[in-house]
Design a binder for this molecule. Structure first.
Ligand code: GDP
Ligand code: MG
Length: 163
């Protein structure tokens, strides 16, 4: 019930698609507080018989890891700090990018448990990218397709201990 799950990662990896899939028609809350939380969305998620609060984040908007936007950083920091577990999403088709690596390193310092999610894993074109995921030092990625709803049973299993 009361557990909070933050979805984090660089832009375009499918965080919001995952958020929408988890929240489904129960999507209600859009947090439009000015400033750092402007793009943060929060909703009630249901995954089989698990219910929890899920927080979507905008991700770091700048492709250059050296100049990460302060606002994105603060927003993600707040979401992760308040979460019981964070899902670090990367694009398994694109493979691991320098920004993913930077993100993983930065998140590890927060102390919130992290689960690595390899999204866009439908079909064969994600195989190499899923193998690359181990290099982030967070164990084997959980392969999902947020768009097609694949891998939700695996996501359920890895979330179970935290909810
Ligand atoms: P965000 O920036 O991380 O929130 O990413 P979005 O959820 O906005 O998705 C970015 C793009 O990736 C969109 O065009 C989505 O349709 C696409 N996308 C999201 N999930 C999947 C997936 O599981 N498979 C594929 N092939 N595309 C996806
Ligand atoms: Mg998004």
């Amino acid at each position: 019930g009361a557990a909070r799950v933050a979805i984090v990662g660089r832009p375009n990896v499918g965080k919001s698609t995952l958020f929408n899939r988890l929240v489904g028609r129960k999507l209600a809350i859009v947090d439009d507080t000015p400033g750092v939380t402007r793009d943060r969305r929060e909703g009630r998620a249901a995954l089989h018989d698990l219910e929890f609060t899920v927080i979507d984040t905008a991700g770091f908007e700048d492709a250059d890891a050296a100049s990460l936007s302060g606002r994105m950083r603060a927003q993600t920091d707040a979401a992760v700090s308040a979460a019981d577990v964070a899902l670090l999403v990367y694009d398994a088709r694109a493979g691991v990018t320098p920004l993913d690596r930077h993100f993983a390193q930065w998140l590890r310092k927060r102390g919130t448990p992290l689960i690595l999610i390899g999204n866009k894993a439908e079909g064969r074109s994600a195989e190499a990218g899923l193998a690359e995921g181990h290099a982030l030092g967070l164990g084997a990625p959980v392969a999902i397709s947020a768009e097609h709803g694949e891998g939700m049973a695996d996501l359920f299993e890895v979330l179970l201990p935290y909810i």
